[in-house]
Design a protein around this ligand. Structure first.
Ligand code: FE2
Length: 149
């Protein structure tokens, strides 16, 4: 139904969504400070929506006849999002989350260009919807917690 390049790109996006999903759990668990409750809940909302994204991406791969990445080991080799290995303060967590959302959107755009080129309208529509949702999330996160300019 679709070509191998689209599947490969979707698996890359899946890998990013999976690593981001766990990284945001890390922030949900370890955030500290006077805004704890607000940030703890915000990170929960973010990882819940990433869970939806990763499920949608994997199921799109299956829909077009591909095989989604099924192990964390494979996922790590396909991700551009880096796992969190340090202790961060709340401000850094927000900054890094915004940077990761930007990285995800850029990679989704590149994938949408490929699916569009291949005439795979279902994948393109799904990716455009995903771009729009992540852009909105970034705006909300920036508005609530970003560094005031
Ligand atoms: Fe929790």
């Amino acid at each position: 139904m679709s070509d191998a390049r689209v599947i490969e790109h979707l698996n890359g996006l899946l890998a990013d969504a999976v690593i981001y999903y766990y990284k945001i759990h890390n922030y949900h668990w370890f955030v500290k400070g006077h805004r704890f409750k607000e940030l703890h809940e915000t990170f929960e909302g973010l990882y819940e929506s990433a869970h939806q994204d990763l499920d949608d991406l994997a199921e799109r791969v299956l829909t077009i006849g591909g095989k989604p990445l099924g192990t964390l080991a494979e996922t790590l080799t396909h991700a551009t999002i880096k796992e969190e290995t340090q202790t961060r303060d709340a401000e850094e967590m927000i900054r890094l989350t915004l940077a990761d959302l930007k990285t995800r959107v850029e990679r989704i755009r590149a994938a949408a260009d490929i699916s569009d080129e291949q005439g795979d309208r279902g994948t393109t529509a799904m990716l455009e919807d995903l771009i729009q949702r992540i852009e909105k999330t970034s705006w909300m996160l920036e508005s609530a917690f970003g560094t005031p300019s």
